[in-house]
Design a protein around this ligand. Structure first.
Ligand SMILES: NC(=O)c1ccc[n+]([C@@H]2O[C@H](COP(=O)([O-])OP(=O)(O)OC[C@H]3O[C@@H](n4cnc5c(N)ncnc54)[C@H](OP(=O)(O)O)[C@@H]3O)[C@@H](O)[C@H]2O)c1
Length: 259
C-alpha cells in the first residue's frame, strides 16, 4: 500500500514496485482520476482508494478497502505529504496545524488502523517518507520541519517496538526531489544549485531498500546525510549559514503554497 501514489515519489514507487514479481498494490490519494490512470498503466494487480487522509474516517475507509482485497499487508509506504511555506509570524499556528494533520497525524492514524494486519502478515514493513528537513530546519519551513521532526522521532520509536513483532520500520529522508508538489524551480534555474536536485525514481529505490528486512534509514541523495551530521557536530556553523543570505536560495516554493 502506497499513500500519495497519485504523483511524485508515490507514483514512482508504485511503478518501481509493480516490476517486482507477485506484487499486488493498493494506491491511496485524493485524486481518483490520477489513481485510476496509474492503476491502468501498471503491469501488476492494482486497486485504489481515493481518500483525503486527513478526514476523520480515512483510516477506517482504507482499512475497509484492504479487507475487500484480502487480509494481508506486507508493506505500508506512508508517503502522502505536503508543504506550505511561511514564517511563523506570518502563517502562525494554523500552518503548523495543517502540516501536523497531514504529515504526522494522518500517518500515525493510518498506521494504527493497519498495524494489526501488518503484524499478522509478518514479516512485513512500514516505510515512512520523512525529509532532510526533519533533521535541519530552514527559515519559512518551520511548520513542515516540525511535522517531519515529529515523524522521525515517532518512526525511531516504532522501529524499536515492532522489531520483535516482525514488522520492520524503515525511513527515507529525501532532499530536494523534483515533483509536482516540490518543483524546486528556483534551484533548477541556477547552474550553481541544479546539481543538488534529484529524481523521484531515486527515492523509490531507497523505499525498496528500507522495506521488508531492509535498512532502517536512507538519505536521498546519500550526501544529504552530511547536513544532518553537521547539524549535530557543528550547530553554530549550521545556524550561521542557514540564517545568512545564502540560505534563502535553499527555501523553494511548493505547489501547496498556491492551494
Ligand atoms: N520532493 C521533495 O523535494 C521532497 C523532499 C523531502 C520529502 N518529501 C516528502 O515526500 C512525500 C511525497 O512528496 P512528493 O515530492 O512526491 O510530492 P507530490 O508530488 O506533491 O505528492 C504528494 C502526494 O501526497 C498526496 N496527498 C497530499 N495531500 C493528501 C491528503 N490530504 N490525502 C491523501 N493524499 C494526499 C498527493 O495526492 P492527491 O493530491 O491526489 O491527494 C500526492 O500523491 C511527502 O511526504 C513529502 O513531504 C518530498
Amino acid at each position: 500500500m502506497i499513500t500519495g501514489a497519485s504523483s511524485g515519489i508515490g507514483e514512482a514507487t508504485a511503478r518501481r514496485l509493480s516490476r517486482e514479481p507477485g506484487t499486488e498494490l493498493i494506491l491511496v490519494a485524493r485524486r481518483e482520476d490520477r489513481l485510476r490512470a496509474l492503476a491502468e498503466s501498471l503491469p501488476c494487480k492494482v486497486s485504489y482508494c481515493a481518500v483525503d487522509l486527513t478526514d476523520d474516517d480515512a483510516p477506517q475507509r482504507v482499512r475497509a478497502h484492504l479487507s475487500e482485497h484480502g487480509e494481508r499487508l506486507t508493506l505500508l509506504v506512508n508517503n502522502a505529504g505536503a508543504a506550505w511555506r511561511g514564517s511563523f509570524a506570518e502563517a502562525g499556528y494554523a500552518n503548523v496545524h495543517r502540516h501536523m494533520e497531514l504529515n504526522f497525524d494522518a500517518v500515525v492514524r493510518l498506521t494504527e488502523a493497519l498495524l494489526p494486519t501488518l503484524r499478522a502478515s509478518a514479516p512485513s514493513a512500514i516505510v515512512n517518507v520523512a525529509s532532510t528537513a526533519g533533521r535541519v530546519a530552514r527559515a519559512r519551513t518551520g511548520s513542515y520541519s516540525a511535522s517531519k521532526f515529529a515523524l522521525i522521532g515517532w518512526t525511531d520509536s516504532l522501529y524499536a517496538e515492532e522489531r520483535s513483532h516482525g514488522v520492520h520500520v524503515g525511513m527515507v529522508l529525501p532532499g530536494f526531489i523534483v515533483t509536482e508538489g516540490f518543483p524546486a524551480t528556483e534551484l533548477r534555474e541556477r547552474a550553481l544549485t541544479r546539481w543538488v536536485v534529484s529524481r523521484p525514481e531515486k527515492v523509490a529505490e531507497a523505499i525498496l531498500e528500507t522495506g521488508p528486512g531492509g535498512r532502517a534509514e536512507r538519505y536521498v541523495p546519500r550526501p544529504y546525510a552530511l547536513a544532518a551530521v553537521a547539524r549535530i557536530l557543528m550547530p553554530s556553523l549550521v545556524r550561521r549559514v542557514l540564517s545568512g543570505g545564502a540560505a534563502g536560495a535553499l527555501t523553494t516554493s511548493t505547489t501547496a503554497d498556491d492551494g
